[in-house]
Write a protein that binds this ligand. Structure first.
Ligand code: NCD
Ligand code: ZN
Length: 344
């Protein structure tokens, strides 16, 4: 088999940043995907319909001519979000979810929620109107080891939340652990998860053995190999409960190669090909379309894309760097060779 045809995939979690960055991130997002769930962690964050509408316009202004790619906007939940904000988001027609960041968990999350227990009226409203909750599932308690943040979050917060709001639709964004994979499989159909290419392709040895590789530093942090294997297993299993979410999150080379480097990997230069590599290695290319193109829209209640894309078996080398803002970004897999390439 040397070509694969897929219903056009979508990206259910990405960071476009703002202003000048949009000139590179938006065209890259449209390269293989039909739609993208746009993360709202700008400074200041996208906390209401007005801000989301203005951000959407800035994004659409950079969409290449002829492209039908759609940005699906998301509100950033804070301690001040009200049920009225949720109803306004549902009525907007262009907001497809609300993102929960535990305050301090990751890049630009300082305005995130400080106590999940104070969000009950908001979750009630979301459950009522069918608004999807996009959950960054990590605890931030200082006594919890960074490698355990996701597993502890599931037991401490997610299980009780799911019990309390049994109809609330929740995406566990970018799961990174066996516990995450097991939880999503055991939960009802209102619970799904997205998985990034870096967590399928790498484990923490790749980031730490032989020297620190800051371009593999993202949050939730890469885990040990048994977790990587659990993610590969669930992604390539054909389960309808997991789908593609790159978490493509560009930072300049300088911001990553620093005494206190930023978290986030840029992957939109070769996103679908990076996933194809994983599925090929697992002998599961026949499961790629479900993961990349149909499970996501099915969960979000949206139609599948009408067009298809083609990947060709062809060795090609990823660039060492790409222009970004006034400088450059080091993309995921920089300089390595992939075996599948999008026919553009
Ligand atoms: C993301 C970013 O840079 O905005 N970073 C990351 O490591 N994934 C934030 C996030 O999704 O956690
Ligand atoms: Zn993210």
């Amino acid at each position: 088999m040397d070509t694969i045809t897929l219903i056009q995939p979508d990206d259910w979690h990405l960071h476009l940043r703002d202003n000048q960055a949009l000139k590179t991130t938006v065209p890259a997002a449209t390269r293989s995907f039909g739609r993208g769930i746009i993360m709202p962690n700008l400074t200041p964050p996208v906390t209401d319909v007005k801000k989301a509408s203005a951000y959407r316009e800035r994004i659409l202004a950079q969409r290449p001519k002829g492209s039908n790619w759609q940005p699906l906007m998301v509100l950033y939940l804070t301690d001040n979000t009200s049920p009225a904000d949720i109803i306004a988001a549902a009525d907007s027609g262009f907001i497809y979810g609300c993102k929960y960041y535990p305050a301090g968990a990751t890049t630009n999350s300082a305005s995130g929620v400080t106590n999940l227990d104070n969000m009950h009226a908001v979750f009630e409203a979301m459950q009522e109107v069918g608004m999807i909750l996009q959950m960054h599932g990590e605890v931030t308690a200082p006594d919890i080891d960074i490698f355990d943040r996701e597993a502890v979050f599931i037991e401490r917060h997610l299980r009780p939340l799911v019990a309390q709001f049994p109809k609330l639709k929740i995406v566990m964004e970018h799961i990174t652990t066996k516990q995450g994979a097991d939880f999503v499989l055991s939960a009802g159909d209102n619970i799904a998860a997205s998985i990034t290419p870096q967590h399928l392709l790498h484990n923490r040895n790749d980031m730490l053995v032989g020297g620190i590789r800051p371009h593999l530093f993202c949050l939730p942090i890469l885990k040990r190999n048994i977790h990587q294997q659990a993610l590969i297993n669930i992604a390539t299993s054909g389960s309808h409960k997991v789908f593609l979410g790159t978490d493509s999150a560009p930072h300049t080379q300088g911001a990553k190669e620093s005494a206190c480097g930023c978290a986030g990997c840029f992957s939109h230069h070769a996103a679908i090909e990076l996933y194809a590599e994983v599925f090929d290695q697992a002998n599961a290319l026949d499961k790629l379309e479900a993961f990349a193109s149909t499970n996501g829209p099915n969960f979000y209640g949206l139609p599948h894309n009408q067009v298809s894309i083609e990947l060709k078996k062809q060795a090609w080398q990823l660039p060492d760097s790409l222009p970004f803002e006034d400088t450059q970004v080091i993309p995921l897999g920089a300089g390595t060779t992939l075996n599948w390439k999008l026919v553009e």
